[in-house]
Design a protein around this ligand. Structure first.
Ligand code: NDP
Ligand code: TDO
Ligand code: MG
Length: 289
């Protein structure tokens, strides 16, 4: 199946490159998502058999002061891509986020639960979801959370960097969710694209997050335990870590329909973390030479 991917340098795009070396990847220079029509035109010109969008505006705090740009990239561009895909009759796979929810309660959110984003990033991602559904094609919106990998910016790399100079870190313990490896997301996107091509009636919104759910503090502790770092983690409430964007307290996601429709289970994030730390040790060793 010939697949066109938007994004080339991000966490998920990098993993897609290693899974799908033969696919076509569009960098920002080749398709800038701040120009939605150009993205639609790139699809029509390439005539692929499926499209995966792995590009997005992901700077959660910065989005608070750049909402128009975040909305063009996360809202208008995916909608235009979905329309182009619907026009060609091909599947469109897109990634969205737990930040479309308000994080109330302790029950895992289902794909059909009410959305109510707390910040600009979440609002922009929700606009994308809505535009994609309206396009009426064979789409899948895969909502995921807390993405980590050996590449790009993520919580694992931030924690490892901070631990170089600190023997104690304070980390929020009252935001709960599922850390998810970019590799697991990339694999899920590829499986979903091929199954959607076979059966477009599977179109819809799906949840996919790593198990078991934990807090950011719990995630940090596991990172240091596996990495053999002595850095201590002190639990703090969200109120003790002020940020421009508000984040959901409850990011738990019910992933049952993803298994029912596609046979894809929640990935084990601790096992995936071990692989990422192994890859990062390889990078360290190479840079020491
Ligand atoms: N990171 C996370 O924790 C989570 C991410 N998601 C979603 O998963 C998806 C993948 O995220 P992830 O891999 O972490 O993203 P990254 O932040 O690692 O990468 C974002 C990618 O988008 C590209 N990009 C940004 N702006 C533009 C633009 N204007 N035109 C073209 N490309 C652009 C970047 O390119 P460049 O290198 O040129 O900047 C980069 O390749 C996104 O949809 C995101 O919303 C969902 C939940 C959690
Ligand atoms: C660095 C640091 C962060 N934190 C907190 C802040 C925040 O609540 C949490 C995670 O910080 P981050 O900045 O990595 O989080 P953030 O960038 O908000 O991560 C989000 O990115 C977007 C793209 C998504 O879609 C979400 O699923 C989620 O992964 O940890 C601490 O408590 N102590 C620390 O030392
Ligand atoms: Mg971040």
């Amino acid at each position: 199946m010939s697949i066109l991917v938007f994004g080339s340098t991000g966490q998920v795009a990098t993993e897609l490159k290693s899974l799908l070396p033969e696919a076509q990847f569009l960098s920002r220079a080749e398709a800038d998502l701040s120009d939605p029509e150009a993205c639609a035109a790139a699809i029509t010109a390439a005539k692929p058999e499926a499209v995966i969008n792995a590009a997005a505006y992901t700077a959660v705090d910065k989005a608070e002061s750049e909402e128009d740009l975040a909305e063009a990239i996360n809202g208008a561009a995916p909608a235009a891509m979905a329309q182009a895909c619907a026009g060609l009759g091909i599947p469109f796979v897109h990634i969205s986020t737990d930040y479309v929810f308000d994080g109330q309660g302790e029950t895992p959110f289902k794909p059909t639960d009410m959305t109510a984003p707390l910040g600009a990033y979440g609002r922009s991602k929700l606009k994308g979801e809505q535009g994609i559904a309206l396009a009426g094609g064979a789409y899948a919106v895969l909502r995921t959370s807390w993405v980590f990998s050996a590449h790009g910016n993520n919580f694992v790399k931030t924690m490892l960097r901070l631990s170089e100079t600190r023997d104690k870190l304070t980390v929020v313990a009252d935001q709960i969710g599922g850390p998810t490896s970019a590799r697991a997301i990339a694999k899920a996107c590829v499986r979903i694209a091929s199954q959607l091509a076979e059966d477009p009636s599977k179109a819809g919104i799906y949840h996919f997050s790593g198990a078991p759910d934990t807090s950011w503090a719990g995630f940090a502790r596991e990172i240091f335990a596996q990495a053999g770092r002595a850095t201590a983690v002190e639990d703090i409430p969200t109120t003790a870590f002020p940020t421009p964007a508000k984040r959901p307290a409850n990011s738990r996601m019910d992933c049952a329909t993803t298994f029912d429709a596609f046979g894809i289970s929640r990935p084990d994030w601790k096992a995936d973390l071990a692989e990422v730390l192994h890859a990062l040790r390889g990078v360290d060793a190479a840079s020491a030479n």
